[in-house]
Design a protein around this ligand. Sequence first.
Ligand code: MLT
Length: 201
Amino acid sequence: MKHIFKQGKKELPILLLLHGTGGDERDLLPLAEMIAPEASVLSVKGNVDENGMHRFFARLREGVFDEEDLLYRTKELHQFIEKSAKDYEFDRDNVVALGYSNGANIAASMMYHIKKSLKGAILFHAMVPRRGVELPDLDGIPVFIGAGKSDPLIPMDETKVLVENLKDAHSPVTEFWTNGGHELRREEVDEATRWFEKNFL
Ligand code: MLT
């Protein structure tokens, strides 16, 4: 997968950056710089092309995922992280995802489907990746969820289901709500920075 790797302090988690629809591997670099400036970064570009816009998995229409592709791409990303850990000599078990929108959705999908794939995750404006499945145990795997109360793509109830699913799997979840929409707000980033420092520094 097309990506950027940036070496940071060895003892910190590696931030896995996952952009939103239409973005690329450069998009979230400034965000990583704000949240964890000293951490290593593996920033990946989604392999799916939707009319020239890059994504991490296919969708049938807005908000309706192509489940088969989601599962395939989730595994593909997981394997890419494994390969990258060997290539760049980082600890595979110390990867924290930082995803926005479509990127947050595939990060959530990794947590739903693959045990110990992530050490933690910051999910900005994420949806429920899949319904009716039993999640692996997420005890000790903290998740930060940033959401907008007026997000036109993600109703509040959808975010609440995501939070419940993760909590049911024993993840310590931190929710942070803004009055905004689907856009990422500075206050969420500041709160996620505090969350990262508390959990990983
Ligand atoms: C998705 O398809 O992952 C969500 O609808 C968010 C987005 O628009 O990318």
